[in-house]
Design a protein around this ligand. Structure first.
Ligand code: DHE
Length: 517
């Protein structure tokens, strides 16, 4: 057999074997003996998170090995250092980060069967006196809990257990009755903010990017990477009403990068990670997709050529795949980019195609961007995940008008209509213990704060009135640090277990331009 044909024949077999060589033959047996009871025999999760690359792939092998060796304080995860050798721990760390041999299925029936509704029934009114619009949901990732915090007194009203690995923004129902939380493992939890009790939960996927709530509060869209689906849940029952396979026109499957609600359009907008399409999914009854546009018809007027609802998909061709995106304040345009240094693009949702290119080298984290007005113009600012800089873009010309150098790459940028400052972290750099404050008029850094030397700090959210900025010290023995947003002085420090994200009800529901939605 010629050499080339031999290589072609044997390569797939060698590739199949490669992970086994990396983790050693014994890893699956070690997994079955020590991990399967909590993380599932199929590695898809149980009381512990799924152990698959989609869930743990963002961790370095050394971080995974350290977790196996030393456990996770204040969680059920025990330390295995005494029971397993260093070699066995390294093999297990490689095994749990390796792809599954067969892609798992998670059907509508699986979703339905996973749903639990908890007693008691929905509260008729809030059981507390605190201002509903100034509550915060604070995620304590360290021991898988969330806190409902009164944003006036800065005291917790409730603390409850969540699914492990919550990720992405908490989303509120328009009447502020419920908060919805998503975990990387596909669990969506519905918590009754008025009654301060868990209402329901459902597993909508094996691995989820994020969720969005429709502007009328009736539907939740869940964007998955495993399986390649977008799931629409009925927010009242938390049961699936539609499972949409995510694939382009030609049938190439794709992971979802992110899904957001565009309120004036009454639509979900979905960015796709593997194919060059952006989707718009109208949520109102009677909405159809006709000749590439969303139209709403009265009953009896529908055209047979249209893609009918519920939840028809409008496909918009894009120049590139999209990892991250951001809306203009009118929800006419989407600013989007792949996270690989190629230029970003502006997709106009009204005409349904790309209208401009964005000069965004590096790895912009557009989902973390903010919008603000400066000298009569709307500007957008975004941090970058791989470079210490914030890019400022004019939302009329789509040109980058300033680049603000920070101490190092970070994740989040945050502002508020009533504050002249925006806060940016340096959490992915050696300066991870510093946050920097940008004056939005001069576009200069005016202060660098180091509230807990050596500790990682980041993710700011303002109170509803913009008077205070709340920052996370993200360590296990961490804290929520409250600053006066004008004087930039610390006013309170509340101990918490690795607090990460915090979400103010009023800012989210009123679509504050300084925060994520
Ligand atoms: Fe996130 C939001 C993607 C890593 C904490 N992150 C989001 C959203 C997306 C996203 C698409 C928007 C969700 C929404 O608003 O509903 N995050 C990604 C990534 O692609 C990335 C870089 C790699 C990955 O692991 O998926 C990533 N994110 C992280 C982290 O390592 C962080 C710091 C810690 C963690 O817990 O995973 C992290 N991401 C967050 C937080 C938000 C978030 C706290 C919500 C921000 C907000 O204020 O709305």
């Amino acid at each position: 057999m010629p050499l080339r044909a031999m290589i072609r024949r044997t390569l797939p077999f060698l590739l199949m074997l490669a992970p086994a060589l990396a983790w050693g033959q014994e890893a699956p047996t070690l997994y079955a003996g020590h991990c399967a009871a909590c993380h599932g025999p199929d590695r898809l999760g149980g009381i512990g998170p799924a152990l698959i690359p989609e869930t743990v792939g963002h961790l370095k092998p050394a971080q995974l090995a350290a977790t196996i060796a030393h456990g996770r304080m204040q969680t059920e995860m025990p330390a295995f250092a005494g029971r397993l050798t260093a070699g066995e721990i390294t093999a297990l760390a490689a095994y749990v980060a390796s792809p599954l041999a067969v892609e798992p299925h998670w059907s509508e029936a699986d979703i339905r069967a996973s749903r639990t509704v908890f007693e008691p029934h929905p509260a008729a009114h809030p059981v507390f006196k605190a201002d509903l619009m100034n509550l915060f949901t604070v995620v304590e990732a360290g021991d898988h809990h969330a806190i409902i915090l009164d944003g006036d007194s800065f005291t917790p009203l409730a603390r409850f257990k969540t699914r492990p690995s919550l990720h992405g923004g908490a989303k509120y129902s328009p009447d502020a009755h419920y908060v919805y939380l998503a975990s990387r493992d596909g669990w969506v939890q519905k918590y009754d903010l008025w009654g301060l009790t868990m209402a329901a939960e459902v597993r909508a996927g094996i691995n989820t990017r994020n969720i969005a709530v429709s502007d009328d509060g009736k539907w939740i869209a869940v964007g998955n990477t495993l399986p390649r689906t977008l799931v629409i849940l009925d927010a009242a029952t938390m049961l699936p009403v539609k499972v949409i396979p995510v694939a382009d026109r030609a049938g190439h499957a794709s992971r979802v990068s992110a899904v957001y609600e565009a309120p004036p359009r009454h639509s979900f907008i979905v960015a796709l990670k593997d194919v060059k399409e952006l989707w718009e999914i109208p949520t109102r009854p009677g909405a159809e997709v006709c000749q590439g546009a969303v139209r709403t018809y009265d009953a009896g007027m529908e055209s047979p050529a249209c893609r009918k609802g519920p939840f028809p998909v409008r496909r918009i061709a894009t120049e590139d795949v999209l990892d991250d995106f951001f809306f203009d304040p009118g929800y006419h345009n989407v600013m989007a980019a792949a996270r690989d240094g190629r230029p970003g693009e502006v997709v106009n949702l009204d005409v349904g195609h790309t209208i401009a290119t964005l000069d965004l080298s590096g790895m912009p984290h557009l989902g973390s961007g903010i919008v603000f007005r400066r000298h009569g113009r709307w500007l957008m600012a975004t941090p970058h995940l791989k470079e210490g800089k914030v890019s400022v873009i004019d939302m009329t010309s789509w040109k980058t008008v300033a680049v603000i150098n920070t101490l190092g790459p970070g994740f989040f940028l945050r502002g508020h209509e009533k504050s002249r400052y925006a806060w940016v972290d340096n959490a992915a750099s050696p300066a991870h213990d510093k946050v920097q404050v940008i004056d939005l008029d001069s576009l200069k850094i005016v202060k660098t704060l180091q509230p807990a030397p050596g500790k990682t700090v980041g993710h700011v959210e303002f109170t509803h009135d913009g008077r205070y900025a709340l920052l996370s010290d993200m360590e296990m023995q961490g804290a929520l640090i409250v600053y006066d947003a004008k004087t930039l002085r610390e006013v309170k420090r509340i101990p918490m277990v690795k607090p990460i994200g915090k979400y103010n009800v009023g800012n989210k529901l009123e679509y504050s331009t300084g925060t994520s939605h």
